[in-house]
Design a protein around this ligand. Structure first.
Ligand code: SF4
Length: 334
């Protein structure tokens, strides 16, 4: 397999087949992210993709084969024709695959017309995963996301017109101390317009080596307390009026919460407020530092694909797999 880039996937894609079609991230600048730093962005050749699909035909029988998730950071940046060619190859070699997912940046969608998005949906693309992070323009700019809330609104509307479902991730705590309520209200306004199928919140976890970690160290960014983050999530839920699934099940959050909106709003909102009321800041902060440790590659839990990745022939791993993040990193300490 031609894996030359770190493999990342949403928690909900743990049982998907992975196929690398790009390497690295076409943007690679978000302030809080360091997943693909040092990895050159490039597109896989069709020959590489086809060779990998030929290998994937031999996946063990027990491995689920209905969903395939393209790698890497924003595989949907490929142009429409290339994505259609990839879908055709996927269906030819893996006829059991019913849908194809990928991470997509907002500007990856901007480069495609509604007609093109519709043809991609017809070719099997479904439930793209978009890191919207926030609907607050000040934060989008501060974090160097490379798009604005107007861009999110325009591109989300296009996806809906094309009947191409999508999930958004948002980053709870992205605005730091005393900013959560603003971000929650502005984010809810944007999400209510674009109506994602799923909303998956993450909680900001400052990773060593990211530009944001430097800001924390030099005092220009003060992290939100864990209680503030819970109240921010509660404010988000309170202000969401669209029909969607709220899936707060990511490891970066201190609790698991799942429900449909608007039906479960009262339950979700009440649970978050209760949790915030009883929050023990010290305990939750320990959880945050455990999450940092867990996100260090050497501590990562085995992924269902790991045996496959480590045993397939010709695997070429980038040196980025040997990241040297300090185990004792604490962004609050100098
Ligand atoms: S958050 Fe996503 S788009 Fe931003 S640099 Fe990281 S991988 Fe790229």
């Amino acid at each position: 397999m031609h894996f030359t880039s770190p493999v990342h996937r949403p928690a909900s894609e743990s049982r998907s087949i992975f196929l690398q079609v790009t390497s690295g991230c076409s943007h690679n600048a978000c302030k809080f992210c360091r997943y693909f730093r040092g990895v050159a962005f490039c597109e896989s050749t069709l020959e590489e993709i086809e060779a990998d699909l030929k290998e994937l035909v031999n996946l063990p029988r027990y491995f689920p084969k209905e969903r395939l998730f393209l790698q890497a950071a924003d595989a949907f940046c490929l142009d429409c024709d290339r994505l259609l060619q990839i879908a055709e190859l996927v269906h030819r070699y893996l006829p059991s695959v019913k849908s194809i997912g990928a991470y997509a940046r907002v500007d990856d969608i901007a480069s495609k017309s509604i007609e093109q998005l519709r043809s991609l949906a017809n070719a099997g693309y479904d439930n793209l995963f978009i890191g919207v992070e926030t609907g607050d323009d000040h934060l989008l700019s501060l974090m160097d996301k490379g798009f604005t809330s107007d861009d999110i609104l325009r591109e989300g509307t296009k996806l809906n017109k094309a009947n191409l479902r999508f999930t958004v991730s948002i980053v709870n705590g992205l605005g730091g101390h005393n900013y959560g309520q603003y971000s929650a209200i502005k984010t809810a306004r944007v999400l209510n317009e674009i109506k994602p199928a799923f909303i998956r919140p993450e909680s900001l976890t400052v990773l060593p080596g990211s530009p944001l970690a430097d800001d924390v160290r030099n005092g220009t960014f003060v992290e939100a307390t864990e209680k503030e983050r819970l109240l921010e999530l509660a404010a988000l839920v309170e202000n969401l009026t669209c029909e969607t699934v709220f899936s707060a099940t990511q490891a970066t959050l201190p609790m698991r919460l799942f429900g449909k909106l608007p039906a479960d709003r009262e339950y979700l909102h009440g649970t978050l407020l209760d949790f915030a009321k009883n929050a023990n800041e010290e305990e939750l902060r320990r959880h945050r530092l455990d999450v940092v440790a867990m996100m260090l590659p050497e501590n990562a839990l085995p992924d269902p694909m790991t045996p496959l990745l480590s045993t397939t022939k010709n695997a070429k791993m980038s040196p980025r797999h040997n990241l040297s993040w300090g185990r004792d990193f604490n962004p609050l300490e100098p």
